[in-house]
Design a protein around this ligand. Sequence first.
Ligand code: PMP
Length: 436
Amino acid sequence: MSKLFYQTKSPRPMLDRADGIYMWDTSGKRYIDGSSGAMVSNIGHGNPAVLSAMQAQMAQSTFGYRLHFQTEPSEALAEKITSLTPEGLDRVFFVSGGSEAVESALKFARQYALTQGEAQRFKVISRYPSYHGATLGALAITGYAPMTAPFDPMMQAMPKIPAPRAYLDGLDIDDPATGRHYADMLEAKILEEGPDTILAFIVEPIGGASTGALVPPAGYMQRIREICDQYGVLLMHDEVMTGGGRTGRFFGAEHWDVTPDIIALSKGFGAGYVPLGAMIARTDMVEAVLGAGGFIHGYTYAGNPLACAAGLAVLNEIEANGLTQNAAQMGDALHARLQSLMQRYPLIGDVRGKGLLLAFELMADRGTKEPLPAEFNAHSRLVDIAYENGLIIYSRRTRGGISGDHFLVCPPMIVTEAQLDEIAEILDRSMQQLMS
Ligand code: PMP
């Protein structure tokens, strides 16, 4: 009996090894990693260049506490990542995961506001549904009751607005008026709460796990930026899932050419090789905080040389192999395959996403968008069936704030057309089994 107490709905087999997009359990059964873990293993498993960079670094040093030493890998990784960020976002604070990146962003924004004589600004508006991390600060801005409810008395729950869900509301996602409609809910919330109390707004450029790859309507991200500027509210992009090339651009927000003030990055940054994340901020903000005595924050393992050497090798692999472009191309190809499944299975009511951040949603009725009954338990049943069939996908029952079953299909960015055919074939078979 395992001494671990992670929650899994059904017991899972023991992992033996992994290579490329495939994983094997100790019985020899092979699985396609169709969700890159939790949208993490973006460059696939066992990448030789990353492994040899890690080995070389391990032979050199694995840890040098950041207050005792500067390290070459962390300097080099900071140079590399800032060559990919929008202009003006030029300073990096390394962390070991997504929650830490978001938590750092919250604390950094607050400290920056203090340097500006804005002590009254402390509220961070977010959206529901959303997931921004497991720490109490990140949970306070998370819009997902099953994960926040037990801890409500322990945190200061922050104001939230609905994430756009044009497909449920019968609006056109390509119509800028639709984007404006949803973004203006931010302005209304700012006014309701009192503009001078609002520190920041946090948003995933493309909704990840909580919404199932929900792409915002045309004009939404730009209008959000305008509103933040109008009220002196900092804009934070949670690129923990969208960053690193998965959406077909290095950062998800590049699809709309919108520049935030702070970016949280993780998952595909360490790409499953090491725990790694970053909070990237505007240079002038960092200078203000450092000038006022320093950032009162830190994690012991942050910026350790082994993690940074691996992260640098990951970014180099993405670049050298054109993986962001491959994510765009293979994303289109997988989107088309999911759409053809939608034509065959009336239960599939929506297919969405960008690049290889893709999802489909099951519905009882495509016309009315009525969800499947909770008792049908589609979100866990289909995942289990696909798992049996050798394909790992990722599901939630939280579409657009209303219960509904969505499934993320997000293989590593090295995936080939032939492997997409394998994925589509297993999904097809799994859908038949779900309905039989
Ligand atoms: N933000 C987003 C958008 C995420 O998807 C996640 C993880 N699912 C987190 C933050 C938290 O990251 P971690 O689990 O690495 O702490």
